[in-house]
Design a protein around this ligand. Structure first.
Ligand code: ADP
Length: 241
């Protein structure tokens, strides 16, 4: 589904954030990128939707070179959830969720019911929440809206960059469980960045461990725990847990 071929990112100041990375995320897979701060996780993710231009190499989605896709079109087909969720404050919850379907010019009857369905999926009563504004929601509720907003236009791929990083531990755990349930229901291809090993082990079908812009190991959690590729992985999972 997503294939990196010799991807390198060198910033203008000479920093090599991602160094000759090859990786493939399968369709319907939940892949977690993890590694120390500065190891290149966010840069890797943002090259997928081209928020950061690639220095060299190619990223293919379903076999198509993403360089050849109009970036706006590309981003409309890739859901994106970040820590500072950025719901539009002047739009209601319902309008926020319907935004991308509207931009994609879906007819209203196609998404009207979907807004309610998505709110139900994360346990928010549509009648009660659809017409609220973001500042009338708790942090956890805003983050739930962020997640379902990314799903609204049914993109095949969702990128999530530490989406639950700012939440308290209890809300965080609730959202992790909801995300697993959602993933079971909708089977998207998810790339999820975190620096929390417990979160990675809980969510990921496979975990991609990065160090200094390189992929050190990309395996199932069982395999990583059983057969860490090297001392770095061993120390990283030991230290992080
Ligand atoms: P992570 O998400 O793993 O914390 P990042 O992808 O944010 O890591 O950053 C990887 C490396 O690239 C770091 O050394 C960071 O300082 C550097 N970096 C990130 N963005 C820029 C930028 N715009 N210009 C220069 N260096 C950057």
């Amino acid at each position: 589904m997503i294939r990196f071929e010799k991807i390198t990112k060198k910033f203008a100041d000479g920093t090599v954030a991602v160094d000759n990375v090859n990786l493939t995320v399968e369709s319907g897979e939940f892949a977690v990128l993890i590694g120390p701060s500065g190891s290149g996780k966010t840069t890797t993710m943002k090259m997928i939707n081209r928020l950061i231009p690639i220095s060299s190499g190619k990223i293919y989605i379903d076999g198509e070179d993403t360089d050849k896709i109009n970036p706006i079109e590309l981003r409309r087909n890739i859901g994106y959830v970040i820590q500072q969720i950025g719901l539009f404050p002047h739009m209601t919850v319902g309008e926020n969720i319907a935004l991308v379907p509207r931009l994609k010019k879906w007819p209203e009857e196609k998404y009207a019911g979907r807004v309610d369905e998505l709110l139900d999926l994360v346990g928010l009563n549509p009648k009660e929440y659809k017409n609220r504004f973001p500042n009338q929601l708790s942090g956890g509720q805003q983050q739930r809206i962020g997640v379902i907003r990314a799903l609204a236009a049914e993109p095949p791929i969702i990128l999530m960059d530490e989406p639950f990083g700012a939440l308290d531990p209890i809300t965080r755990e609730q959202l992790q469980n909801e995300l697993l349930r959602l993933q079971d229901a909708v089977k998207k291809t998810i790339v999820f960045v975190t620096h929390d090993m417990d979160e990675a082990l809980k969510l990921g079908d496979r975990i991609c461990i990065m160090k200094a812009g390189r992929v050190v190991q990309f395996d199932s959690s069982e395999k990583i725990l059983r057969e860490p590729a090297n001392d770095f992985v061993e120390e990283f999972i030991g230290r992080e847990r």
